[in-house]
Design a protein around this ligand. Structure first.
Ligand code: XLS
Ligand code: NI
Ligand code: NI
Length: 439
């Protein structure tokens, strides 16, 4: 077989002190941590769009990326990308991948033609998946790039566009079924608004829910059993995206009776854009039993947009993995690198470096998080902090036995003392100590 990444052999694990840039320092796929192998905990996925489709073009500049498939176009290009992609997964040692329909095959003149192109590539992927054992973590539909979606997809004011969107989702669900996708993602690319002056928000939200319901019904009809995921994001490309953050998305799903069919796909950079930390969004999802999967990337606090950088921040990966462990794992979800190399990192080697640092960062996060959870470091602090609810009046409150009268009686003549420290600085020192000493 032709190789596209000739400079790279299979990436080995060489440990902390390795000086080989093409080796893992932390990620040792088969090493058992907290009862499972690292590979089983982390379930890494490569995103097709950032790694095989994007060119490095931005609003100010032309493409910069140098790729082995440069010079090809149409279906030929799409086919070469599949070959290169599976070589990449194998060399990196990643088990899963994710894509949008429009990442993998070019659009034709009509939806019928577009779907034919998809059929060619999906059949090819199916063969590659069989021979390599690689799996589809999730697929999704791109309903934001084509100009027909300029005013939204399911939330477009134009019924023809809603119909087109539904047809596109239908095809993508069929692909999910064919390729055995473990999940299916909805990210509302242009499901939001630019100005309320021309927007019927209630109708748009109803329509957004209608499309999701149709998708659930169709999945049942064709026997697709993967987990549905909704991916929150507060803004970009629209100024206000309806799936703003985890809390908003959960309320939306509950309002329309979709909460049992969906979980959330939480992206670090989206959390930041919403004014939250990554771990906040993960925790909101987890405590509502809605944590489905993760788009592992990071943003830049100096830039107000979705920069989709590879995750390198060990604080963040550690605190994220604490939430994942407390969730009992990601189940059918995984850690998808919704991340791209910088525009100036234009060589194919950079694609490996980006993924290696991302995988090492989460492997390190996993190890530290496992020790923190094992030692109950913060659990004990939290338990102590709420101890007053374990007995007496606190227990009555927590058990729903207290009344306004009984509570008033209790405090009427009682001085309330609050001299208990939150110990935040001490806790941060503890976290640092774990980050630097865990083996
Ligand atoms: C964009 C989103 C997108 C989704 C999949 O900001 O993160 O990449 O993950 O459509
Ligand atoms: Ni994403
Ligand atoms: Ni994003």
């Amino acid at each position: 077989m032709l190789a596209y990444f000739n400079d790279v052999l299979k990436i080995p694990f060489e440990g902390k002190h390795s000086t080989n840039p093409l080796a893992f320092k932390e990620y040792n796929a088969d090493e058992v941590v907290f009862g499972k192998t690292m590979a089983e905990h982390l379930r890494f996925a490569v995103s097709y769009w950032h790694t095989f489709t994007l060119t490095g073009a931005d609003p100010f500049g032309l493409p910069t990326m140098l790729r082995p498939w440069d010079g090809y176009s149409g279906l030929d290009l799409a086919k070469i990308r599949v070959e290169a992609a599976f070589e990449f997964y194998e060399k990196l040692g990643v088990e899963y991948f994710c894509f949008h329909d429009r990442d993998i095959a070019p659009e034709g003149e009509t939806l019928r033609e577009t779907n034919k192109n998809l059929d060619v590539i999906v059949a090819m992927m199916q063969d590659y998946m069989k021979s390599s054992g690689k799996k589809l973590l999730w697929n999704t539909q791109n309903m934001f790039s084509n100009p027909r979606f300029v005013h939204g997809a399911a939330t477009s004011p134009f019924a023809d566009v809603f119909a087109y969107a539904a047809a596109q989702v239908k095809k993508s669900l069929e692909i999910a079924k064919t390729l055995g996708a473990q999940n299916y993602v909805f990210w509302g690319g242009r499901e939001g608004y630019e100005t309320l002056l021309n927007t019927d928000m209630k109708f748009e939200l109803d329509n957004m829910a209608r499309l999701l319901s149709l998708a659930c019904d169709y999945a049942d009809e064709i026997g697709f059993t993967g987990q549905f995921l909704l991916e929150p994001k507060p803004k970009e490309p629209t100024k206000h995206q309806y799936d703003y953050d985890a809390a908003t998305s959960i309320a939306f799903l509950q309002k329309y009776g979709l909460q049992d069919r969906f979980k959330l796909n939480i992206e670090a950079n989206h959390a930041m854009l919403a004014g939250h930390t990554f771990e906040h969004e993960l925790m909101v999802s987890r405590i509502n039993d809605m944590l489905g999967s993760v788009d592992a990337n990071q943003g830049d606090s100096l830039l107000g947009w979705d920069t989709d950088e590879f995750p390198t921040d060990l604080y963040s990966s550690t605190l994220a993995m604490v939430q994942v462990l407390k969730n009992g794992g990601l189940h059918s979800g995984g850690l998808n690198f919704d991340a791209k190399v910088r525009r100036g990192s234009m060589t194919p080697l950079d694609l490996f470096y980006g993924h290696i640092v991302g995988m090492d960062s989460f492997a390190r996060g996993l190890k530290v998080a496992a020790k923190l959870v094992e030692d109950g470091v913060f659990d004990q602090v939290v338990a102590d902090r709420y101890a007053s609810y374990q007995s007496g009046i606190g227990q009555e409150i927590a058990q729903g036995k207290a009344t306004m009268q009984s509570l008033e009686q209790y405090v009427l003549d009682k001085p309330i003392k609050l001299e208990v420290s939150g110990r935040q600085e001490l806790l941060l020192a503890k976290l640092n100590q774990y980050l630097t000493t865990v083996e």
